[in-house]
Design a protein around this ligand. Structure first.
Ligand code: SF4
Length: 195
């Protein structure tokens, strides 16, 4: 297991529920958290994903991740219609804009409720590991909920460590963020590469 880096936020208790966006992003985060908490659990809540098939595909590797680390995993129900109703007004926003702020708030609100229900003192999210996501935007959404802990997992090469683990375990690595808007912009640009 890798040594934890220096970038440690103020911890809120000894237990933490990690909101997990996908296996590759969460892999390095989990490794880091285990060095700091007595109890870590995983929470997969991703109604932002545009199809149920893609939701299930990513979930499959999150289950593998939970098995690798022997951690409990809770899975939120998939309700893309509800997510769309919350982000609707910003559908034309580019990736990284206001729609994404709403999107983060949607999932983090659900993670906060799950942490409370499941008896975790705090929660964080693997969303901050991606170099394509502003940690400040994620933090702004998370600060709306008590117990949110500002783990900035992209620090200390967190993204590369996740990739390393994901490659070793042969995890599926998607090439778009998740919603239909991100899929369309990926198709338009023709770009690909793991997200
Ligand atoms: S691009 Fe990603 S973060 Fe932004 S709204 Fe879509 S799924 Fe959410």
């Amino acid at each position: 297991m890798k040594k934890p880096g220096k970038n440690i936020p103020e911890l809120k208790g000894r237990s933490l529920l990690l909101h997990v966006c996908c296996g590759p992003c969460a892999a390095g985060c989990v490794e880091r958290l285990l060095a700091h908490y007595d109890r870590v659990g995983l929470y997969y809540s991703n109604s932002n994903i545009c199809t149920a098939d893609e939701f299930e595909k990513r979930l499959c590797y999150v289950r593998e991740l939970a098995d690798h680390f022997d951690l409990p995993l809770s899975v939120d129900s998939y309700d893309h219609a509800s997510w769309l109703s919350v982000t609707e007004e910003y559908r034309e926003e580019p990736e990284g804009g206001l729609r994404c702020g709403r999107c983060f708030g949607y999932s983090l609100g659900r993670a906060a409720a799950a942490a409370d229900r499941l008896g975790y003192e705090s929660f964080a999210t693997s969303l901050t590991v991606s170099p394509r996501k502003s940690s400040d935007l994620v933090f702004a959404a998370g600060r709306e909920y008590s117990g949110f802990t500002e783990w900035n997992f992209k620090k200390d090469s967190g993204y590369l460590r996740g990739l390393e683990l994901a490659k070793g375990w042969n995890f599926y690595r998607q090439d778009f963020c998740g919603c239909e808007f991100s899929l369309r912009s990926r198709e338009k640009s023709g770009a690909n590469g793991q997200r």
